[in-house]
Write a protein that binds this ligand. Structure first.
Ligand SMILES: [Zn+2]
Length: 74
């Protein structure tokens, strides 16, 4: 089953980041999914299949389309 990630989704993973947070925001979509840690602000790239394996739950869903005013993330 394919999970439809959206920009701005807040996801909870099965294992915590070293900083202690389980929650991440989706900041980039593609073959690899860009995630930003909500606690320490670190960015990582995960293969979509890897993220699907690690995903525990959606905490919040993002917009269907990215907002033009959305920060670039850099
Ligand atoms: Zn972190």
């Amino acid at each position: 089953m394919v999970i439809a990630f959206r920009l701005g989704d807040i996801v909870r993973l099965r294992k915590p980041h070293p900083c202690g947070s389980y929650e991440w925001r989706v900041v980039r979509l593609g073959a690899d999914i860009g995630l930003r840690c909500l606690k320490c602000d670190r960015r990582v790239l995960l293969a979509r299949s890897e993220l699907e394996r690690r995903l525990k739950a959606f905490v919040a869903r993002g917009e269907n389309q990215p907002s033009p005013e959305a920060p670039s993330g850099e």
